[in-house]
Design a protein around this ligand. Structure first.
Ligand SMILES: Cc1cc2nc3c(=O)[nH]c(=O)nc-3n(C[C@H](O)[C@H](O)[C@H](O)COP(=O)(O)O)c2cc1C
Length: 186
């Protein structure tokens, strides 16, 4: 499966990006492209779609599915991720009908759960209309102690649960794509 994985982080050393890079290695049968929202231009209604955002929109439109790993800032998602979603719900709507799996990592115990709640609402709004996977939720708390030096998740139970969530999401994405078949508009 061709998947775009977005780290919704404004950090140059993002743990959420690291989690997606682990998934890219671990689920190597799928083609997972990892991108970050760090440094993207802030949404402005007056400005044309920036080239960097246009390219992300086209990648999403061409993908079978999207994973968003959302960093949590002040009990919500980062401004850089929110801004990307504003760009992608204005002139172009590549997330419409697209299967999306939400995950998150945080240095705190809750693993970014509150950011995910806000993100889910945004993705279900009329301007976005993504098909958000609801059956599982993946939150990685205390993330500073989660990876080894090679970037692998160290806890076997966490890896098993991530595998379960991921494979259930792939099945969901296949079903959504069969029913909806290419609604995206980049
Ligand atoms: C401005 C700011 C606000 C934060 N607020 C929260 C928060 O509300 N909840 C939380 O779990 N972590 C919070 N954190 C800690 C983040 O979980 C931590 O920085 C994490 O590494 C962010 O993910 P990233 O590494 O992918 O950027 C905050 C961090 C910053 C810089």
């Amino acid at each position: 499966m061709n998947i775009v994985a977005i780290a919704g982080s404004s950090s140059p050393h993002s743990y959420n990006k690291r989690l997606l890079e682990f998934m890219q290695q671990h689920f190597a049968d799928d083609d997972i492209r990892v991108i970050s929202t760090r440094g993207l231009p802030m949404f402005s209604e007056d400005d044309p779609l920036p080239e960097s955002v246009k390219e992300i929109g086209e990648a999403i439109a061409a993908a079978d599915a999207v994973i968003i790993a959302a960093a949590e800032y002040n009990h919500s998602l980062t401004s850089s991720l929110k801004s990307l979603l504003e760009w992608l719900s204005s002139d172009v709507h590549p997330l419409t009908g697209k299967p999306v799996f939400l995950i998150g990592a945080s240095t705190h115990a809750q693993g970014g759960a509150r950011a995910q709640i806000h993100l889910r609402d945004i993705l279900l709004s009329p301007g976005v209309q993504a098909e958000v996977f609801q059956d599982e939720e993946f939150f990685l708390g205390d993330v500073r102690n989660a990876f080894d030096d090679q970037g692998n998740l160290m806890d076997e139970g966490t890896v098993k649960f991530l595998e379960k969530c991921y494979h259930e999401f792939l099945a969901y994405a296949k079903t959504v794509n069969q029913v909806k078949g290419g609604q995206a508009d980049a």
